[in-house]
Design a protein around this ligand. Structure first.
Ligand code: TMP
Ligand code: ASP
Length: 237
């Protein structure tokens, strides 16, 4: 399968057409941004880690009953995925306080929750991805009621599967962001990526951050963190 014309370029990935109208090729870049693109940089090797790690997570989730866009890994940076219409929602699940949750509600980072939380942001760069609830999403016609219910069900399932999986690697899954898409035949599938760009991973023993927060917060050791989480995922420990 070969790349045809470029359909889209985002902050971290490019999307190409293929000869099959139902399939596209996603190509992962090393470019990194944070704070709505205000902070820009590159993380050497990030595209490879995110592509390969995301594909492993998507295949694990498929086996556990969550439909995804994944079709086939082509190379270190390129993957064939189903062509979908992205539902313009960022779906965020949290297990432990961190990031914007800690800031918004004035609590410390690192406090475990009794139950995971879910929140939605409206994916809209001009509006800076405002936080919305599911009634707002319905009012804005971003998805139907049934689709929102399906998305919630899949998001919590993803959390159960990934939380347990990462714990076996000595990693706490603090929070993460998912995006869903709709296929031509109207099915909701997990899309975008699952990577250190979109998840917070803390070492279970030391709470060391193994994710993009090292870049966002200028903590140093960014490449090492991506390498370390990738090593654990590929070596299974
Ligand atoms: P937050 O605490 O900044 O709201 O982030 C929650 C989770 O979502 C965290 O794991 C990082 C991820 N995330 C993205 O993947 N993309 C984004 O644009 C933002 C703001 C967060
Ligand atoms: N990548 C997002 C942006 O550039 C935010 C983030 O991941 O922190 O806005």
């Amino acid at each position: 399968m070969e790349k045809r014309e470029q359909l889209y370029e985002g902050k971290a990935k490019k999307v190409f057409a293929t000869d099959d109208p139902a399939l596209v090729i996603v190509s992962y870049k090393d470019d990194a941004t944070a704070f709505d693109g205000l902070k820009k940089g590159t993380i050497a090797g990030k595209g490879v880690v995110n592509n390969r790690m995301s594909n492993m997570m998507m295949q694990l989730l498929e086996r556990e009953g969550v439909p995804t866009h994944f079709v086939k890994e082509l190379s270190d940076r390129d993957t064939v995925v189903k062509r979908v219409r992205i539902v313009p929602l960022e779906v965020i699940i949290r297990n432990v306080s961190a990031g914007s949750f800690a800031k918004r509600y004035g609590v410390e980072e690192g406090i475990p929750f009794d139950e995971p939380t879910i929140e939605f942001s409206y994916k809209n760069d001009d509006l800076h991805d405002p936080l919305i609830n599911s009634y707002h999403a319905l009012a804005l016609k971003l998805a139907t009621k049934e689709e929102i219910e399906t998305i919630k069900k899949y998001a919590f399932k993803v959390n159960e599967v990934l939380k347990a999986y990462f714990l076996t690697l000595g990693v706490k899954l603090i929070d993460f962001k998912l995006e869903f898409g709709k296929t031509a035949d109207g099915k909701i599938v997990l899309a975008d990526e699952i990577s250190p760009d979109t998840c917070r991973f803390w070492d279970a023993k030391t709470n060391e951050k193994l994710d993009k927060d090292r870049f966002r917060r200028d903590l140093g050791g960014v490449e090492d963190a991506y390498r370390e989480i990738f090593k654990r995922v590929t070596e299974g420990k």
